[in-house]
Design a protein around this ligand. Structure first.
Ligand code: ADP
Length: 503
């Protein structure tokens, strides 16, 4: 059988908690060694017969007195752990947290005593405090983050609201607006809040559905998309970005759509492209120009050279005829060179927009006669018939002269000797036509559409001198004079060119 008394003694002396027994008014009657140690005393004598107040901080004394009296009147066991943390004071005056479990019993004489089991919870309290502090810090952090979030939300919202020339949307998988904002909406008298909750498919203009929806469907499949839409004379650049839900396996459940009106930028881009294209064309032209001109210049220059050398040799009067023939050849070559230089100058003037119009009275018969005479010098064997018109007109003599000179010299150039060249003028109230007709080589039908292109020369004209510039220049000059040109031609049979001017 266990010796109960011995057991209690061991328990009393060895237990980790402090034990204390007081009488009704709080006089300490028994303490165990742990309690003595816990409160920083050397021996139990220092505590025995002292009031329990010795172990309680001063500020709690009055409260404790009432509590003690109540407790002794209505004792109830108060187990450890459930009790709240109280403060005790040790010998040195240091306060420390304790947890107290109270109960009462009656001694052999039937006198009520109180027994308290005291645990030093400094460590636990420290940990709890630390935890509390940590919690508080955490809460503060959350608070800061929330306010930062609120701030950045405001920032995002104001960025979205002021998004220039466009709008920003977020759609869910059914194309419901989750978010909408931007200056473009404002311009349309809408606010983002008007759209949120509505369905894009209900609102989209049917004319652009095909341009937009297939692209946005690709975004829902996880592919970022950049595309343009044309809507009511404006161009919008649309950027669709999948918003992946990182927590559910990158599934795209929303998409971000940024739409920007790029009409102005596009216009500038087109202009830059056009001017680049012009630049390229000009460069191209220059190259062809140099090669054609240098090639075409060589023939008349060679003629001039050989004729002048021969003239040197013909010194006697008997050779007068030959000399005449060669001076004529020189003059023709010089005229030809002059014509080419003039074409080149005309073209560069046109390119630079430097063509000036000087209107004056022009005697059409006289103008045509002088051009025919020049050509007759070069092609003396052609038959020419000019129907005089007696027409006096107001025009730019130089430009009109250039147009007619080109048409007439072509007729001469592309018509074999002894064939007929006819020049005729027809008029009505509003217009007059100048018709240049020949019985020359004609133009192959398949090439007729290209005739006015710069440098274009028909295949059957390869053996006849020319640069392919004349008709192109005519076309430009006709613009200045509000005229137009048309022609009919049959290969190996002849051509008819008609220019028409307003009166
Ligand atoms: P060029 O006569 O210097 O070659 P043009 O621009 O005046 O240049 O004419 C372009 C091309 O049109 C000529 O190369 C020629 O093939 C064709 N052409 C113009 N006029 C006639 C014409 N009267 N008869 C036949 N072909 C012509």
């Amino acid at each position: 059988m266990v010796d109960q008394k011995a057991l209690y003694k061991v328990l009393f002396e060895q237990v980790g908690e402090g034990l204390i027994v007081t009488d009704k008014i709080g006089t300490i009657e028994v303490v165990n060694p742990r309690l003595v140690e816990m409160f920083g005393y050397e021996e139990e004598q220092e505590l025995l017969h002292q009031n329990i107040n010795l172990l309680i901080p001063q500020r709690f004394h009055s409260k404790h007195k009432k509590y003690k009296a109540d407790y002794m009147e209505h004792p109830a066991d108060r187990p450890m752990g459930l009790g709240k943390v109280l403060f005790a004071v040790d010998k040195s005056g240091r306060e420390f947290p304790v947890e107290i479990s109270l109960s009462t019993f009656e001694d052999n004489d039937g006198i009520k005593k109180a027994i308290a089991i005291v645990s030093d919870v400094t460590k636990r309290k420290e940990m709890e405090d630390e935890l509390k502090q940590l919690n508080e810090e955490l809460e503060k952090l959350v608070e800061i983050r929330s306010s930062e979030l609120a701030k950045s939300n405001i920032l995002y919202k104001s960025i979205a609201r002021n998004f220039p020339n466009g709008s920003i949307y977020v759609f869910d998988q059914d194309f419901n607006y989750l978010f909408a904002d931007g200056q473009a909406l404002k311009k349309r008298g809408l606010s983002g809040d008007d759209l949120v909750g509505k369905n894009y498919l209900d609102l989209i203009d049917q004319s652009i559905t095909d341009q937009v929806i297939p692209n946005l469907e690709k975004v829902f499949k996880g592919n970022e998309q950049l595309f343009e839409i044309n809507y009511r004379n404006a161009i919008f650049a649309v950027h669709g970005v999948p918003l992946k839900d990182l927590q559910s396996n990158n599934h795209v459940d929303r998409i971000l759509v940024v739409e920007r009106d790029v009409t102005k930028e596009k216009k500038v881009e087109e202009e830059i492209k056009a001017s680049l294209e012009r630049e390229r064309e000009l460069n191209n032209l220059k190259t062809r120009f140099v090669s054609i001109v240098s090639h075409e210049f060589r023939t008349p220059l060679a003629a001039i050279k050989s004729s002048s050398e021969l003239i040197e040799k013909y010194k006697t009067t008997e050779t007068d005829d030959k000399r005449m023939k060669h001076t004529q050849r020189i003059q023709n070559s010089v005229n030809h060179l002059n014509g080419m230089i003039e074409d080149i100058l005309s073209l560069s003037k046109i390119e630079e927009g430097k063509v000036e119009i000087k209107l004056s009275d022009v005697d059409l018969d006289e103008l045509i006669e002088s051009i025919v005479a020049e050509n007759k010098n070069v092609f003396p064997d052609q038959n020419v018939s000019v129907h005089s018109s007696k027409l006096k007109i107001k025009s730019d003599r130089k430009l009109l002269g250039h147009i007619l000179s080109n048409l007439i010299s072509n007729a001469f150039k592309y018509t074999p000797d002894e064939k007929l060249i006819e020049i005729e003028i027809k008029e009505n109230d509003k217009h007059f036509d100048i018709i240049v007709r020949d019985e020359g080589i004609g133009i192959p039908e398949s090439e007729q559409t290209k005739l006015f292109e710069r440098f274009y020369r028909a295949t059957n004209a390869a053996n006849i001198k020319g640069t392919g510039l004349g008709l192109n220049i005519i076309l430009k000059y006709l613009d200045y004079l509000s005229g137009n040109i048309r022609f009919t031609s049959t290969e190996n049979s002849g051509s008819e060119f008609i220019v028409t001017f307003p009166k």
